[in-house]
Ligand binder design. Structure first.
Ligand SMILES: [Zn+2]
Length: 182
């Protein structure tokens, strides 16, 4: 297993619509294992494959952050088939560091997905778990939590994203600069 680098906004891979998984093979198993380790190391409660640069419909969620193996969800090709209610709570994203904002999400969702061996699963989730699943399924469609914000919350998000763009430009500038000859 390996901790993979997490892609940070504005990395274009975060805007990709990820492809359906068709091969439930050892490569997928390795990706899932690496994603779980990366999520726990971050630490985070969810991670989508695009956040580690892999354009596949794979997400992992673990509200216990590794404390309780029973809480780990591996969602391959997940689809939210029903939702109910709504709730506004603070949310963040490993790809948008140091920014949280309140987001309106369904209170309850019903999800169908495969596990990494291809076995079908269907689950009903509420509250934080429903929120985490919605957040990760959004990632697989290239949608970020900031896309759901309006008004003042959106203005705050814009400033945070601008800062991340600047930091990325600085990194590119630094990488392009010729090495000092002393
Ligand atoms: Zn995220």
């Amino acid at each position: 297993m390996a901790v993979l680098p997490i892609r940070i906004y504005p990395d274009p891979v975060l805007r990709v619509r990820c492809a359906e998984v068709t091969a439930f093979d050892a490569e997928l198993g390795q990706l899932v294992a690496d994603m779980v380790e990366t999520m726990h190391a971050a630490p985070g409660v969810g991670l989508a494959a695009s956040q580690v640069g892999v354009e596949k419909r794979v997400a992992v969620v673990d509200l216990s952050v590794g404390e309780d193996p029973a809480q780990l969800l591996v969602l391959v090709n997940p689809v939210i088939v029903a939702d109910d209610g709504s709730e506004v709570e603070s949310e963040g994203c490993l790809s948008i560091p140091e920014f949280t904002e309140k987001v309106d999400r369904p209170l309850k969702v019903e999800v169908v997905a495969k596990d990494q061996s291809g076995a079908p699963q269907r689950l009903v989730a509420e509250g934080w778990l429903a929120r985490a699943i919605c957040h990760e399924v959004d990632h697989l469609d290239g949608v970020l939590f900031v896309d759901h914000l309006h008004g003042l919350r959106r203005e705050r998000a814009k400033r945070a994203l601008k800062k991340l763009v600047k930091e990325q430009e600085q990194r590119e500038w630094d990488a392009a600069a010729p090495a000092s000859s002393g």
